[in-house]
Design a protein around this ligand. Structure first.
Ligand SMILES: NC(=O)c1ccc[n+]([C@@H]2O[C@H](COP(=O)([O-])OP(=O)(O)OC[C@H]3O[C@@H](n4cnc5c(N)ncnc54)[C@H](OP(=O)(O)O)[C@@H]3O)[C@@H](O)[C@H]2O)c1
Length: 253
């Protein structure tokens, strides 16, 4: 079977925030990008149009990453000639409202954790099956420093879900390595996106002051790290959880 002229990347929630920046970066790096969206088709079309205007190649792909059938279909539709080179599991599949354990029902906690893992597990399992046949591929999960950082109030469900994601990625890296597939995690601290825009400016400034690099992250900071991890410069890196936080996590040690 002829090799498609560009390697293929699927970015979940590739139409907004960190995912949109990642779609743009991967397209610049030469990938044909499947830009997943959930409800906002026009945001995905806009990212595709920006990529095409820059001479790149992309297409929009609707799907709910938590749904087994939809996730499987997304992998099939993203893979050109049955080939998928990169999967970026970025979608914030689980709604997130900071709530202390005392006020958080078991049902809401379970939904948060299982939605986060469903969005990663189904796609990664299907992608790995294709990548195994190719003998190469890259999977990157977008986690959070909330997984390993000092526990902050109301973040139990989010931190637990992201910690489970990190652990899943490490196990998967061990299973996937012998197949030629690398699996890594980026763990951003606070990133300025629409989803985080509610954070008061004063708090954003405190976070910037606490970071050794003196600012909070932009979506493109995360996208650059993802692009580096899926490229040859990181060819001997797998099972890594890379904080993208301007040094905040080490400065707390
Ligand atoms: N922003 C931060 O400060 C920060 C920090 C650490 C980690 N992260 C992680 O980075 C990732 C991206 O965050 P972001 O801030 O850039 O979010 P975002 O893209 O600005 O917003 C969330 C988007 O996720 C999409 N989505 C929701 N449910 C989905 C589903 N079931 N399937 C597919 N897509 C779905 C929605 O797309 P539609 O608009 O199409 O409905 C929604 O607009 C998340 O995993 C998040 O946990 C973010």
């Amino acid at each position: 079977m002829a090799r498609p002229d560009r390697p293929i990347a699927l970015v979940t929630d590739g139409s907004r925030g960190i995912g949109a920046a990642t779609s743009l970066r991967l397209a610049s790096a030469g990938f044909r990008v499947a830009v997943n969206y959930f409800s906002n088709r026009s945001a995905a079309d806009e990212v595709v149009a920006r990529i095409e205007a820059d001479g790149g190649s992309a297409f929009a792909l609707r799907g709910d990453v938590r749904d087994e059938q939809q996730a499987a279909r997304m992998i099939e539709q993203a893979a050109v000639d049955g080939r998928l080179d990169v999967l970026v599991c970025n979608a914030a599949a689980a709604a997130f409202t900071p709530t202390p354990v005392s006020a958080l029902s078991w049902s809401d906690f379970r939904t948060k954790v299982t939605d986060e893992l469903a969005g990663a597990y189904i796609l990664a399992q299907r992608a790995l099956a294709l990548m195994e046949k190719q003998g190469q591929g890259n999977i990157v999960f977008v986690s959070s420093t909330a997984a390993d950082g000092p526990p902050s109030h109301g973040m139990t469900a989010h931190g637990t879900a992201k910690a489970a994601l990190n652990t899943f990625a490490r196990f998967l890296a061990c299973e996937a390595g012998p197949l030629g597939v690398r699996v890594n995690v980026v763990a951003p601290g606070f990133v300025r996106t629409e989803a985080s825009a509610h954070m008061p400016q004063a708090v954003q400034q405190q976070l910037a002051d606490r970071a050794p690099l003196g600012r909070v992250a932009e979506a493109d900071d995360v996208a650059r790290a993802i692009t580096m991890l899926v490229g040859d410069d990181a060819r001997f890196v797998t099972g890594a959880v890379v904080p993208i936080d301007g040094g905040t996590s080490v400065s707390r040690m």
